[in-house]
Design a protein around this ligand. Structure first.
Ligand SMILES: [Zn+2]
Length: 78
């Protein structure tokens, strides 16, 4: 008998980091953009993403985490 071990794995990856004024604390501090993606796994091996990645921006000063739009991320990288 063969058992299929499948599931999902969510990972965070740093997409970029730049100095900006934080909307929460108002301090000019590094803002880290993190891409969070969820992948389907088979036998603990990630195979393919199950949904588009979502982007979050975290302030390194106050730790506030807020969701950002993908288009905003591309404009930040330019
Ligand atoms: Zn802040």
């Amino acid at each position: 008998m063969i058992f299929l071990l499948f599931g999902f794995r969510t990972r965070d990856k740093v997409a970029s980091r730049r100095w900006m004024v934080c909307e929460a604390c108002g301090v000019h501090a590094p803002q880290t953009v993190v891409k969070r993606s969820t992948k389907f796994t088979l036998f603990f091996i990630p195979l393919f993403p199950v949904k588009p990645g979502t982007y979050y921006m975290q302030c390194d000063n106050c730790g506030t985490l807020r969701r950002v739009d993908r288009r905003a991320v591309t404009s930040l990288a330019a």
